[in-house]
Design a protein around this ligand. Structure first.
Ligand SMILES: [Zn+2]
Length: 469
C-alpha cells in the first residue's frame, strides 16, 4: 500500500510556484516575502499576512459531510456503531476516500489501514504536518467523537487547496485505525509511530482468530503492518481537533480548549484471597472475608486519591467474587482498578500508595493480595510550540481559550511520543461522551475547525514555535 497520486494538479502548480517556495525556504524574514493569494495565472499578489488570517473553512460543506457520515452506522436511538474494521467502519473509510478524490487530493493509506488525504508541497523534501483523528466509534457511541477531527482536517485541506495556497510543507488529513480499541487500542497510531508489530497481536486476550479475520477483510496484512511506521524526521508535527467529553469549557462558557497534557492510565486486577466458610456459623471476628478486604481498599483508595492527588483519578469498575453465594463467606474478590494522572511522577506515586493500602487492608482482614498490571499508557505532554501556535490562532480568530488537561486517551497521546503534538478541544454539551446523546453546537465545531486551519497555516509558514531552528 502507499500514496496514490490521483491527479497531476500539483505538478503543474509546482512550476508556477517554485519561486515562491524558494523565497520561503531561503529568506530569513518571512514577513519580507511576497506571497501569492491564489496560484491561478494572473492572480493578484498579496502579502501572506493579509491572506492567511481571512481564510475560513466552508461551514456548509463540513456540515454536509457530517450529515452524510452520520448515516453510516446510525443506530435506532440516534447513536453510531462504527466499530473498527466492521462493515460500517469500512463503509465510512470508502466514503472518506471518495471525498478525498472528489476534492482532488491524494489518497494515502498505509499497512495499518490508516487512511489520509494529502495536499503535497512541490518540495519533495518537505516535512509532513499530520492532522486528524478517527472515524471509528465505541458501541452505540456519539457522532462527534473522532469524526469532527477527521472531517475538519479534510476541510482544512480543501480550504487551502481551493484558495490556491501552496504550502512549504506536505499536509495530511488522516483517519487512524481502531482508535477506540475494538481490537487493539490505538492500533493505527501505534503502527504509525513504529510501536506495533505482528507479535503484539499474539498477546490479545480472548482472541480466537477474529482479529486476524477482521484485519484480512480490511486488507491489513500483519506481516507488513510494521511498514506503516513513519520516519519522525519527515514529520513536522500532529494536530487533533476533538470534542472535550467533559463540561469544563461549557461551564466556563469558553469555545476552545487548548490541551496541555493527556493523562497517563494504568489498570490492574487486584485479587484478595481469604477462606470460604459458613456465613452463619463462622465467628464474625475470625473470618477471612476477601470481599471485606476489597471493599475496605476501594473506600480508602477513593479517599486517598481525593485528598492527596487532586488531579488524579481512581476507579474500581468491576468485582468478581468467589464462590458468590448469600451464605458463603467470599474466599476471593478480584477487582478491576484504574488510575489516571497527567503527571508521570504522580501516576507512579499513586500506584505505590494504592498498593500499600491494598497490603494494609489485606493484613487487617488476614488475607493475601496479588496485583496484575493489565495496561500502562504513559501520560503525554503536548508540545509547548503547538500549545503556543493554537493559542495564537485563537487570538487571531478572536476566540477565548482555556488550557485543559485531557482525562481521556486520544490519538495525540500516542503521536506525542513521536512528534510535536497539539490538541484542540471544543465544548461537549453536558460533558457527555461515548453516548448517543453526545452533542456539540455546530458553531463550536466550526470554531474548532477554523482554529485548526489557522494553526496549520501558522505552523506551515512559521514552523513549530520554539522547536525548530
Ligand atoms: Zn475520540
Amino acid at each position: 500500500m502507499g500514496c496514490l497520486l490521483l491527479n497531476s494538479h500539483y505538478n503543474t502548480q509546482a512550476n508556477r510556484n517554485i519561486n515562491f517556495l524558494t523565497q520561503i525556504l531561503t529568506v530569513a524574514d518571512p514577513a519580507a516575502v511576497t506571497y501569492p493569494e491564489r496560484c491561478d495565472e494572473g492572480a493578484d499578489l498579496q502579502t501572506l499576512d493579509s491572506t492567511i488570517p481571512k481564510l475560513r473553512i466552508d461551514s456548509d460543506r463540513l456540515r454536509a459531510d457530517f450529515e452524510a457520515l452520520r448515516h453510516i452506522g446510525l443506530t435506532h436511538d440516534g447513536g453510531v456503531n462504527r466499530l473498527a474494521l466492521s462493515a460500517e467502519d469500512l463503509a465510512a473509510r470508502a466514503w472518506f476516500a471518495d471525498r478525498i478524490e472528489e476534492a482532488g487530493l491524494r489518497v494515502c493509506d498505509d499497512d495499518a489501514g490508516n487512511l489520509g488525504a494529502v495536499l503535497p508541497s512541490p518540495d519533495p523534501g518537505a516535512k509532513t504536518l499530520l492532522i486528524g483523528s478517527h472515524l471509528d466509534s465505541v458501541p452505540n457511541g456519539g457522532h462527534y467523537d473522532g469524526t469532527i477531527g477527521v472531517l475538519a482536517a479534510l476541510e482544512c485541506l480543501r480550504t487551502i487547496h481551493d484558495a490556491g495556497l501552496v504550502l512549504p510543507i506536505h499536509l495530511e488529513a488522516i483517519n487512524f485505525t481502531d482508535d477506540e480499541g475494538c481490537w487493539m487500542s490505538m492500533m493505527g497510531s501505534r503502527a504509525l509511530i513504529g510501536a506495533l508489530n505482528a507479535e503484539a497481536f499474539n498477546d490479545v486476550p480472548e482472541d480466537d482468530g477474529q482479529i486476524r479475520a477482521a484485519l484480512r477483510l480490511a486488507g491489513i496484512d500483519l506481516d507488513t503492518v510494521e511498514q506503516a511506521a513513519r520516519d519522525p524526521e519527515a514529520v513536522l508535527g500532529f494536530l487533533e481537533l476533538h470534542v472535550e467529553q467533559s463540561s469544563r469549557l461549557e461551564r466556563a462558557n469558553v469555545p476552545i480548549g487548548v490541551v496541555t497534557g493527556i493523562v497517563g492510565r494504568r489498570t490492574y486486577q487486584l485479587t484478595f484471597t481469604g477462606s470460604a466458610g459458613h456465613s452463619g456459623t463462622t465467628d464474625m471476628y475470625k473470618r477471612r472475608d476477601a470481599l471485606r478486604g476489597a471493599a475496605m481498599f476501594i473506600v480508602r483508595a477513593h479517599d486517598v486519591v481525593r485528598e492527596a492527588y487532586g488531579d488524579g483519578i481512581f476507579n474500581c469498575g468491576d468485582i468478581d467474587v468467589e464462590p458468590g453465594s448469600f451464605n458463603i463467606i467470599p474466599s476471593s474478590a478480584c477487582i478491576d482498578v484504574e488510575i489516571r494522572h497527567y503527571k508521570p511522577e504522580l501516576l507512579a506515586e499513586m500506584e505505590t500508595a494504592l498498593f500499600k493500602i491494598a497490603r494494609e487492608c489485606a493484613a487487617v482482614c488476614a488475607l493475601e493480595v496479588e496485583s496484575k498490571r493489565m495496561l500502562s499508557r504513559p501520560a503525554a505532554t503536548m508540545a509547548a510550540g503547538m500549545i503556543q501556535a493554537i493559542e495564537s490562532a485563537c487570538v487571531t480568530l478572536g476566540l477565548d481559550h482555556l488550557p485543559l488537561v485531557s482525562y481521556a486517551g486520544h490519538t495525540a497521546q500516542m503521536l506525542s511520543l513521536f512528534t510535536h503534538s497539539g490538541m484542540i478541544f471544543v465544548p461537549s454539551v453536558g460533558g457527555i461522551g461515548h453516548h448517543p446523546d453526545e452533542f456539540t453546537h455546530w458553531d463550536d465545531v466550526v470554531n474548532g475547525a477554523n482554529v485548526l486551519l489557522q494553526t496549520v497555516l501558522d505552523l506551515a509558514y512559521g514552523g513549530v514555535p520554539g522547536t525548530l531552528t
